[in-house]
Design a protein around this ligand. Structure first.
Ligand SMILES: Cc1cc2nc3c(=O)[nH]c(=O)nc-3n(C[C@H](O)[C@H](O)[C@H](O)COP(=O)(O)O)c2cc1C
Length: 326
């Protein structure tokens, strides 16, 4: 973990993965103040909103934190410029292959770049393109997911790249024993989302948090693709009416592809806007019936509201105890 700590500049190499609407100034600063590493979720934010969020987070912590940018955001270049203007130290590029020039622009601005490859081949490609570190994220995770489990990705990627490169493991981590396991396999740290979503400092609506406390692992299900032509990225969330509404949304977008002749990139953007809106409805408005309750399978291990510092301390304690027993 020392390698991960040095890279992040934090006391522990535990990242709180960016969660749209949840990872804003309060949770991000609380995580960083607790000695872990907070990441602002830019999501669908405009450059002005990101500008304000970075400044507000800086006002709440003097510790390092990062910014997560979604590569398909139409204003990615402007968002990168905002990160550069603030001298953001770490930027995570999520949601697909980073467009040409994006990694270079961030590095020119002095930022360390973290990418999220879904396969070993793409992991190598991102490192060749200049990524400073990688997060490998399995399908147990909450939010947008790939098809492969964390345990398999870790076995495929850590023995090959873990010695020479900085690899953080994400997806399905709820306790420190799992962290110890991935460190032993060659990871330099981990990233958790679900376990931190209901921290005391998280602004998520009380209804959203209650839904997490009640849920078990089996209720955090991946969305299904209804039209083979529309390659929607699956999203893991707690089952509710919103899950069914997503099926209807896909049919609507597929119809627009056929009848209105919209481009595939526009179709995918519409799907992503749908998710951003649905997540906002659950996280901010507390509509846990129709909104999206994005959650990973580790949701069963989230049973109460706890300060970020206590969650970090518990994870580190469990991890150290596990390594000690070895
Ligand atoms: C509510 C929620 C929203 C998320 N939003 C984003 C996001 O905007 N960008 C991103 O890269 N990952 C997002 N994620 C994934 C997290 O950053 C993190 O990688 C994931 O939660 C780790 O797996 P875990 O949930 O099993 O801990 C989200 C996850 C959740 C639970």
């Amino acid at each position: 973990m020392a390698r991960g700590r040095d890279f992040l500049g934090s006391e522990t190499a535990i990242l709180c993965g960016a969660m749209s609407w949840v990872s804003e100034r309060h949770l991000v600063s609380a995580i960083s103040n607790a000695g872990a590493f907070g990441v602002i979720a830019c999501g669908a934010m405009t450059p002005d909103l990101l500008d304000a969020e970075i400044a507000a987070t800086r006002a709440l912590t003097s510790k390092p934190f990062g910014v997560n940018l979604i590569t398909m955001h139409p204003l990615l270049t402007e968002l990168i410029a905002i990160c550069a203007a603030h001298g953001v130290s770490h930027v995570v590029l999520a949601g697909g292959i980073p467009p040409k020039g994006s990694i270079e622009a961030l590095k020119e601005a002095g930022a360390k770049v973290i990418c999220i490859p879904p396969t070993l081949a793409l992991a190598k490609k991102y490192l060749r393109s200049g990524a400073d570190a990688l997060v490998i994220e399995g399908m147990e995770a909450g939010g947008h997911i790939g098809p492969v489990s964390t345990s398999v990705l870790a076995q495929e990627i850590l023995p090959v790249l873990g010695d020479e490169h900085l690899i953080f493991v994400a997806g399905g981590i709820g306790r420190g024993e799992a962290i110890a396991g991935y460190l032993e396999m060659g990871a330099c740290g981990v990233q958790l989302g679900t376990r931190f979503a209901c921290a005391t400092e998280s602004i998520a609506h009380p209804n959203f948090k209650k839904a997490f406390f009640r849920a078990s692992a089996r209720e955090a299900v991946a969305s299904v693709q209804v039209d083979p032509r529309l390659p929607v990225i699956p999203v893991r969330a707690l089952k509710n009416k919103g899950t069914e509404a997503f099926t209807a949304k896909q049919l609507e977008v597929a119809r627009a592809l056929d009848e209105d002749g919209i481009a595939m990139s526009e179709a995918q953007l519409q799907i992503e806007h749908y998710w951003a809106g649905a997540l906002r409805r659950a996280v901010i408005d507390g509509d846990v019936e129709n909104g999206s309750l994005m959650a990973g399978q580790s949701v069963g291990m989230v049973t109460m509201e706890e300060p970020a510092a206590e969650i970090v301390a518990a994870l580190m304690g469990e991890s150290e105890a596990a390594l000690g027993r070895r």
